[in-house]
Design a protein around this ligand. Structure first.
Ligand SMILES: CC(=O)N[C@H]1[C@@H](OP(=O)(O)O)O[C@H](CO)[C@@H](O)[C@@H]1O
Length: 500
């Protein structure tokens, strides 16, 4: 650890002497903790970071809009437009890769859940399903199921390792939650948690913000902090050791996410892609999703916060949105590509500026909760590596089956616990009905199939455990049955029905 004198000098050199302004007021304990935090800062980097943030906020990089063009539809693979033969082939390819232990999943779970307004990791959120399962549990069970489906098909004993990128905010509670829940039945050694870096929030004039008298305001470095974190935590070495060649990266909040989706993996592998992204058709021009498009001829994502409204609203001759390939934060990477990024491109990743309200102590030592943005957070985006890819592919999937993110607290118009819960229940009603079941209410009245597939209204309470079905398969035991709702079709209930 540095001595106080050394630290003072180097902070002065970095233009950040104010950080120690309240030092005389701190207790011994607070001083120790603060000194410990500060001695981890690289002062040259700190100076660059602060100056860079202030510069970037003062002169935002010009809009990219004039350089955009859509990805030609012909170069986007599509679930809707492909015949069942192609889909089956991709699925087989994906399952084959899984059976050879060549596929891993990586969860981006470092976010603070600010919009959702929770103080704990988003993955621990219970959206109010009949089973009360959290997002983490649903995801764990899907991993379990895809391993099982693979093993049944190929007679293998497959493992899909689960890499979980957390942050200083989410690591400890996530670890505790997994432990308390016995890793949801997965092998603990196949779950690898690691932490992304945190970087200081900075004022508009380039000064680190003090969150407390002995604490600087830190924020995770964006989901694109992944690439630095892969290096810091030797994750690529771990993948290599396990023989994992392909990684499905996804963000924590999509309740419909198909972990290690064999169709997507199989599609990407059979196209020889090193990098891929799932997209859905955008619901409306203002939907808060990035768009996969080309910028100066190169495929990449332009984030919703960085596209101009006129561009987002552009429509083609048939009335369709010109930029309608909505990014759902489900990416495919080969290990070789990630290695290239780690070795060559990480330093070139773009830094995005976010202006945020950051609570701080003012120069008189008062705690202030700002009402308008006062700080700059710099973030990297996970998709900003796409331009470095040699063979990028996009794959369009069906929204109702694959995308319903949890971003906001109930009361907001979109992407809430209610919309997430409804999407899942509606999907499960569709699966049950397609398998030949009729659903009835507690009085025995048959519920019309239409209400089982209604969009926003409260759907029929039919929840199918991922341990029973991964994407609607294996529900033959429901054929010809009338089932009373609320229904939780878990493994036990499924066995019971099978035996009848
Ligand atoms: C940096 C990044 O990955 N942004 C993603 C991510 O948005 P957030 O608002 O950061 O959750 O998820 C969206 C899909 O839910 C996707 O459309 C968007 O491009």
């Amino acid at each position: 650890m540095h001595s106080l004198e050394q630290l003072k000098q180097s902070l002065e050199g970095a233009g950040q002497a104010h950080i120690l302004q309240f030092w005389p007021e701190l207790s011994d304990l607070e001083r120790d903790a603060f000194l410990q935090d500060l001695s981890q800062l690289d002062m040259t980097r700190l100076r660059e970071h602060c100056e860079g943030a202030a510069r970037a906020a003062a002169a935002p990089s010009g809009s990219l809009d004039q350089h955009l063009e859509p990805v030609p539809p012909a170069s986007i693979g599509s679930v809707r437009k492909s015949d069942s033969k192609a889909l089956t082939e991709w699925e087989h390819e994906g399952l084959l890769q899984i059976s050879q232990n060549r596929v891993g999943v990586l969860l981006l779970a470092g976010g603070q859940g600010t919009r959702l307004n929770v103080q704990y990791p988003k993955g621990m959120y219970n959206v109010g399903l009949p089973s009360s399962k959290t997002l983490y549990q649903i995801q764990a069970e899907r991993i379990h199921k895809i391993q099982q489906l693979t093993d049944r098909k190929y007679g293998s004993k497959s493992t899909v390792p689960w890499y979980i990128m957390t942050s200083e905010f989410t690591l400890a509670p996530t670890e505790k939650f997994f432990k308390e829940n016995h890793y949801f039945g997965l092998e603990p050694s196949d779950i690898v948690m690691f932490e992304q870096r945190m970087i200081p929030a900075v004022t508009f004039d380039g000064k680190v913000i003090l969150q407390g008298k002995g604490k600087i305001a830190m924020a995770p470095d964006g989901n694109g902090g992944l690439y630095q974190a892969l290096v810091d935590n030797k994750v690529l070495e771990d993948m290599k050791k396990r023989g994992v060649e392909y990684l499905h990266v996804y963000c924590v909040d999509n309740i419909l996410v198909k972990m290690a989706d064999p169709v997507f993996v199989g599609f990407c592998v059979s196209k020889g892609a090193d990098c891929g992204a799932k997209v859905v058709e955008k619901a409306c021009p203002a939907e808060a999703v990035g768009v996969v498009c080309r910028v100066r001829g190169v495929s990449q994502v332009v984030e919703y916060s960085e596209i101009q409204q006129e561009t987002a609203e552009l429509r083609g001759a048939g009335g369709e949105l010109v930029y309608n390939a909505g990014n759902i934060c489900n990416h495919f990477f080969t290990r070789a590509f990630l290695q290239d990024v780690a070795e060559t491109f990480e330093g070139q990743l773009k830094q995005h500026v976010a202006l945020k309200k950051v609570p701080y102590v003012d120069s008189c030592g008062n705690q202030v909760k700002p009402t308008k943005p006062n700080g700059i957070k710099m973030e990297k985006f996970v998709f900003d590596v796409f331009p470095f890819s040699r063979n990028f592919v996009a794959f369009e999937v069906v929204r109702e089956d694959e995308f319903s993110p949890l971003k906001n607290a109930d009361g907001a118009a979109t992407d809430t616990p209610t919309t997430a819960r409804n999407s899942l229940l509606t999907q499960h009603c569709r699966w049950a009905t397609a398998a030949g079941a009729a659903l009835c209410d507690e009085h025995g009245n048959t519920l019309p199939a239409a209400s089982a597939s209604a969009g926003d209204s409260a759907p029929v309470q039919c929840e199918i455990s991922p341990l029973v079905s991964y994407f609607g398969e294996g529900l033959e035991m429901l054929k010809g049955r009338t089932l009373q709702t609320p229904l939780i079709l878990d493994e036990e209930k499924a066995k019971e029905l099978q035996a009848q």
